[in-house]
Design a protein around this ligand. Structure first.
Ligand code: PEP
Ligand code: MG
Length: 583
């Protein structure tokens, strides 16, 4: 029997392959004083390591250019330039001449540079901190003779399982889909963005393993089960056979579910539910459109930015939005303006914050950076010429944010007028309701917006004060907590009062038991990850609204998420069977 590490199934699929362990962190650097005689050879050692790091970066840059495009490759170009900086090299050399060993000298100078850049008043300079850290890790790894864990080392066809502490945007762009077949991380939960991105890319993933990077040495054979959330190390032949059987069963189930694509999501008592897809990357759109989704309930535009050094311009965004709109042939496509910040930072990032989830992110950042925001709004207004585009603002807590966004939307329209570029002005504008403030005071927003979309991932996080990405808190991230259920019920009521659309686009909509609760709480529009569309459609077609309402009313009367789950489970199993509750 192999060793079984348990985490959370973040992206379904079962694969078997060798571990590629990636420890992307600044190593401990021992202090060593060198003699005067050693100085020349120590300087040579430094320069040799820097030359090797540069060679490696050039390879990474070329690969990124081939696989992801020139913009992505610029990250690595910037890192090469750091290693060619005369002032930096002079500072390190000087410290070595003061009898410090090369690794200590290099580390010290890089730490100073990082501190200096992090405090810089210009955002562009602050963005360099992540590049400096990457360069620091690369050169120190070489100087200390540590195992080189670069993800680009994995040969094509290796079918490897990348095991790492957390997948940063910078690492994500380096991933070669032909080499990496699965992802396993210590950190993260189902709603963290590694999980969301892995699902978008269709890579099986297990997150929240806590200490996998410490328990593995690298190169072991593993089986990764992205549905069950397990990583089995050195599996026995019997275990491998069992996993293969399970994988086959999953494929059969998926094929069965796909037959539902053309059927209507109507409940057994005749209530129509609108089922849309969440799209994270424009390349996903065509596939998502074949899932049976009736449009896009959430396009996360920040994934256009993640992993890059600069923001995409208007033309690039326009092309991305039009691609999604065209894929869905005239059906509604709700595009969310940048939700950058929190755990969704572009490479180089914005200033480091003590509490990024409570920080300068999403609509707050967009309103403070009107040039970035107006560029996006112009692209959206232009894309609206091609279909039913709707604009959604993230993390709204107050009406002023909506009003300011609308002023900027007017300005964006005037800019397009001035250029004589065609666009559509009557684009609906809605908000994500994903904070307790917006939920409790939804009535303060109701007459200023065209729709609400409930972002349960953040709503749960902020209501229960449970970090959505913290693996240690996973059992406390409970969407069925009565506080969350009451807020959702209240948001749905407020939307009805204002006669505006209300949908749920958080993960709660993607799982049978929570989707059942949502329907019972009055929701009739759900937006789910594309793979879950058939699963949720089967749920909708198997239940009655009457049963869902009764179960939700009982859940609202409970005193804990566990009790709520228990009261929802009974009627759901009756409608669907126990096996269908998975997923
Ligand atoms: C949410 O918060 O529920 C949501 C859908 O947005 P995201 O997961 O991108 O924060
Ligand atoms: Mg959110």
């Amino acid at each position: 029997m192999g060793l079984t590490l348990r985490g959370l199934g973040a992206s379904p699929g079962i694969i078997e392959g060798p571990v590629h362990l990636l420890r992307w962190e600044v190593p401990d650097v021992p202090h060593r004083v060198i003699s005067d005689d050693e100085i020349p050879s120590e300087i040579e050692r430094l320069h040799d390591a820097i030359a090797r790091a540069k060679d490696r970066l050039k390879k990474v840059r070329d690969r990124a250019e081939q696989h992801a495009g020139q913009k992505e490759a610029e990250i690595f170009e910037a890192q090469i330039l750091i290693l060619e900086d005369h002032t930096l090299l002079y500072s390190v050399d000087s410290l070595i001449r003061q009898n410090q060993c090369a690794e200590w000298a290099f580390n010290l100078v890089l730490l100073e540079w990082r501190q200096h850049f992090a405090r810089h008043t210009q955002a562009m300079m602050r963005e360099r901190v992540a590049d400096l850290t990457d360069v620091q890790i690369r050169v120190l790894t070489l100087l200390l003779g540590l195992d080189d864990h670069d993800p680009v080392d994995v040969p094509k066809g290796a079918n490897a399982v990348l095991v790492t502490h957390d997948l940063t945007p910078g690492l994500t762009v380096q991933l070669d889909r032909e080499a990496i077949a699965g992802i396993a991380t210590d950190a993260g939960t189902r709603t963290s963005h590694v999980a969301i991105l892995a699902r978008s890319l269709g890579i099986p993933a297990v997150v929240g393993l806590r200490d996998a990077t410490r328990r593995l040495r690298g190169h072991e054979r593993v089986v990764l089960d992205g549905s069950d959330g397990v990583l089995v190390v050195d599996p026995s032949p019997e275990e491998i056979i069992a996993f293969h059987r399970r994988a086959q069963r999953e494929q059969v189930m998926e094929a069965e579910l796909r037959t539902l694509a053309t059927l209507e999501p109507v409940t057994a008592d005749g209530v129509r539910v609108t089922l849309r897809a969440n799209v994270d990357l424009p390349e996903e759109a065509e596939q998502a459109a074949t899932s049976g989704a009736e449009g896009v309930g959430l396009m996360r535009t920040e994934f256009l930015v993640v992993g890059r050094t600069s923001m995409p311009d208007e033309e690039e965004q326009y092309a991305a939005y039009v691609r999604v709109v065209r894929a869905f042939g005239g059906r509604p496509v709700i595009i969310r303006t940048y939700d950058i910040g929190g755990d969704k930072l572009p490479v180089g990032g914005f200033p480091a914050e003590a509490n990024p989830f409570l920080g300068w992110r999403a609509i707050r950042m967009c309103l403070d950076q009107p040039d970035i925001f107006r560029t996006q709004l112009r692209a959206l207004l232009r894309a609206a010429m091609h279909g039913d585009v709707r604009i959604m603002l993230p993390l709204v807590v107050t009406i002023d944010e909506v009003r300011q966004a609308k002023v900027l939307l007017d300005e964006a329209a005037r800019e397009l007028d001035a250029r004589g570029v065609p666009y559509r002005r009557d684009v609906p504008v809605g908000v994500m309701v994903e904070t307790p403030a917006a939920a409790v005071a939804a009535d303060t927003l109701g007459d200023e917006v065209d729709f609400f979309s409930i972002g349960t991932n953040d709503l749960v996080q902020y209501t229960l004060a449970v970090d959505r990405g913290n693996a240690n808190l996973n059992s406390r991230f409970t969407p069925l907590h009565p506080a969350v259920l009451r807020l959702i019920q209240s948001i749905a009521r407020t939307a009805r009062e204002f006669v505006i659309d209300v949908a749920v686009c958080g993960e709660m909509a993607s799982h049978p038991i929570t989707a059942f609760a949502l329907i019972g709480l009055g929701l009739r529009q759900l937006s789910v990850n594309p793979r879950s569309v058939p699963l949720v459609k089967r749920l909708v077609r198997s239940i009655s609204v009457a049963a869902a309402e009764k179960a939700a009313a009982a859940a609202l009367r409970t005193r804990s998420a566990a009790e709520a789950e228990a009261v929802l489970r009974g009627p759901l199993i009756e409608a669907l069977g126990a096996a269908a509750l998975e997923g």
